[in-house]
Each structure stands twice: as C-alpha cells, then as structure tokens.
Design a protein around this ligand. Structure first.
Ligand code: CU1
Length: 447
C-alpha cells in the first residue's frame, strides 16, 4: 500500500477537488508489486505518461500508464472495464466540428488496450439533443468497441425533450424507474444511477426518493468488503454548485454506501478530470470525447470551450479502470485521445479569455428575453397583459424554458438562435427556469 501525499495545496481548490491535470505524487511507495511510484505523478506532466489511480481502502495508489505494455499477464487481465462520457453526438459548433470522429478515436483508443475491457460504461450525454439519428450514430460507433457490452446511464441532454421516454425505450430494458440498475462483475458490485430527471428550479442534479430507497434495498444484502462502483452523469459530490455541478440529494444516497470498504464513484458532465476522496469513497470525473469545459469559476459560464485545434485531442479522452483482485483495489487511468497528458491547465487560460471576450451583445426588442452564457437577460421582464414573450437562445448550448407553475407549455429544446414565444394574458409574476440547467432562472411580470 502506498502513502499518498496529495495535499499539494496549490493544486486543490477550496472544496478539496484536484485541479484537472492533477499533480499529486507518490512520495513514499511501500507496495511490493515492483512498480516504482516515487515521484511519478509529480513529473507525469513532462513525461508524456497517463495517470493511474489505485484505491486500497480509500487510499490512492498509482503506477504509470506507460507501464501498461510491460505488465505481467495477471496485471493485464486486471484491466476490466472502461468509461466513455459526454460524446454529445449532434454537436457541431466551434469547440468540435466532428464529435463523431472523436468518439471513433476514443473507441480506437480502447480497442488498442493490451486487454479488451470486459465492458464499457457510458456515463451520459450520449447525444446533444436526444434526436433519434443522434442515438443511432452513437450506437453505430460504439458497436465498434471490442468489448462484451456497453452500459449506459443518461445525461440531461439525452432526456431533455421527453423526460427520458426515448432514452428508456432504447437503453432501459431491465432497468428500474427512470433507468437505474445494478449488476455484478468479478466480485465488484456496479450501480448505475440517474440524476438528470425531474430537475427543480434553482437545484442541481437529483436522484429522488424512489431511487435512493431502491439503492438502499439494492446494497442491503452485500458484505461491506464488496468493492462498489457507482456511476452517474452529474457528479455525486459538490464540484461547483454555481454551475450546477453537483447532486442535491447525493449525501442521502452515499449514506447507504458509507459502510463499504471501497466505493468508487464515476461521473461525467463536467468534461474534465476531477477527483476527490472522502473516507472510503473516491470520486472521479472523466473527460468528454466531444469538447472540454472550463475549470470551475474560470469563465462566465460552463459550456463548450474552444481550444487551439492541435490541443483538442489532449483535453478529450477516456478512462480505463483496472481491478487487481488479489488486492481488492481499483485503479483509474485517464488517457487522452492524443496520448499526451491531459492539457487542461495549458488550454484553460486562453480559452477562458476567449470565452469572456466573446460574450455576445444581444439586441433585444420589447417582450424579448435573450439566453446567453447560461443567463436569461433581462432576468425580470415586465410586459402588459395580453402581450407575447419571446426567448431567443444566443448560447452555443441548448436550453429549455419551463414555467415553475406550469403557466405555459414547456418549450422544445432551443438550440442556438431558436426562439420560443408565449402569450400571457393574466396579470401576475411568472417564475421560470431552464430544465436542462435548473440554476438558470428568470421572471416575467405581467401588468
Ligand atoms: Cu439551460
């Protein structure tokens, strides 16, 4: 077991999250597997290797991904599943004009592993707009994976139009409620959770009482020594609530997992690598295969971040998770499409400056609300009874306009430049929000 010296303070934010590329390093390696961890992660950014995380009783251990070709047979066989996330098929804006091609590269990356993963987890946002042809394209590409099975859970982009009906029809066979389920593999218990349905105005991701009660029942009969892997789209810890990067009731769900000796939580949604360890629970978010997003709080809003074309492949990627049965440990390897170390630090500053200066000036007429940088502008619009209100999406991500009290029919998914108009006849104050990004809220006052 290694002693993990990961409190390199400048690399951690106030909430204890590591920064995207991480520079945690192993100072004192006491393991006996012949892999020298000393100082590895410290210099990894320069060495062109990937990142490997192991967990033993909640204590991370690691070895360089460059060692993968030299591992023993037993070590190779320990590579047993992989994670793909946020493929956003259908997205075609500046940040990545061909997300199908980068998903194909991710598939090729996994197919080139020394051992095929037993299965692959897709942690959501398979599509950009939940369109049937987007799901079809994703399936077509993922069919190329050399693996036995792909397991899915939805992201908010996959369920936006119909609260998950089409998603469930495709992927929900054998699942419970809104699509959650569990299965066992190699002595590890896997739980897929859904935290993107029925989002409330002002809130974060939500699991809901039914699902949490199901989780409690699901793990009740397991011995505490069973390694557990939980996967869900939105992070199950609070990464950055201002951007909706967290799950309102994750604590209640995790309470049912506290007794287990090893719990690994895999998420997507934020399109960058973050990790946090809390007791025996280790949280990890994967890169997207489509586009990067800014580090928390470094840009006016989340959303696609355009980086220099030659750097894109170093901020997109997959995660491979290995299991060492003799030790009961899990190790997570983040590998970028370029094969270079994740380059979030290198790209974030420039991209953030660009995102700040690219803020669009909206020319709005009377009765119009602009949607820009994850904001409704003006946030309070006053109109006379009987007039129309039109929302115009000027953002590079889709949004939805939903009345809190159901005063109007929910808008369709509004992609860039699309509009939605309602007529309001009764005086009063109408609260609304975006059902994809519930932190986005506004009001219409009808006089
Ligand atoms: Cu939104």
């Amino acid at each position: 077991m290694s002693k993990h010296q990961d409190r390199d303070d400048e690399r951690f934010d106030a909430q204890g999250n590591t920064r995207p590329t991480g520079s945690n390093y192993i100072a004192d390696d006491q393991s006996d597997d012949g892999i020298d961890r000393r100082g590895f992660l410290r210099c990894m950014a320069w060495a062109g290797t990937g990142m490997v995380w192991g967990l033993s009783g909640g204590i991370p251990t690691s070895f360089p991904v460059s060692r993968l070709p030299f591992l023993t047979d037993a070590q190779r066989k320990s590579i047993f599943f992989a994670q793909i996330s946020d493929s956003h098929i259908g997205f075609s804006k500046d940040a990545n004009k061909d997300v199908t091609a980068t998903l194909q590269q991710a598939v090729a990356k996994l197919n080139a592993l020394p051992q095929n993963p037993a299965f692959v987890l897709h942690t959501g946002d398979i599509t950009q707009l939940s369109k049937p042809d987007e799901f079809d394209t994703a399936n077509e590409v993922l069919k190329g994976l050399k693996t036995d099975r792909v397991f899915y859970i939805p992201g908010e982009h996959d369920v936006a139009t119909d609260n998950g009906a089409a998603y469930l029809q495709r992927y929900g066979k054998g699942a419970n409620g809104g699509g959650w389920y569990s299965f066992d593999h190699s002595g590890v218990h896997f739980v897929g959770l859904v935290n993107v349905l029925n989002l409330k105005a002002g809130g974060l991701g939500t699991l809901g009482g039914d699902q949490i009660a199901w989780l409690e029942r699901d793990v009740r009969g397991l011995s505490s020594s069973t390694p557990v892997v939980v996967f869900a789209h939105v992070p199950l810890w609070t990464v950055y609530p201002e951007w909706g990067w967290g799950t309102d009731d994750s604590e209640q769900a995790l309470a049912h997992l506290k007794r287990f000796g090893s719990v690994t939580v895999l998420n997507g949604h934020i399109h960058q690598i973050m990790q946090k360890v809390e007791g025996h629970i280790s949280f990890h978010t994967a890169m997207s295969t489509a586009f990067p997003q800014p580090a928390p709080g470094t840009a006016p809003s989340p959303g696609p971040m355009t980086v220099e074309p030659q750097r894109l492949a170093s901020v997109l990627g997959v995660a491979d998770v290995t299991f060492v049965p003799t030790r009961g440990t899990l190790a997570i390897v983040d590998s970028t499409l370029s094969g270079q170390p994740p380059a979030f630090d290198a790209v974030t500053h420039d991209a953030m400056m660009q995102k700040t200066t690219a803020r669009k000036q909206l020319a709005l007429g009377p009765g119009q609300v602009g949607i820009d940088n994850f904001n409704f502008t003006p946030s309070v619009l006053t109109v006379k009874a009987g007039s129309t209100v039109t929302w115009i999406n000027k953002d590079d991500v889709p949004h939805l306009v939903v009345s809190v009290k159901g005063a109007w029919k929910q808008s369709p998914v509004l992609d860039t430049d699309q509009r939605y108009t309602v007529t309001l006849t009764k005086p009063g104050t109408y609260d609304y929000f975006c059902a994809l990004h519930p932190k986005m809220q506004g009001k219409v006052v009808v006089q």
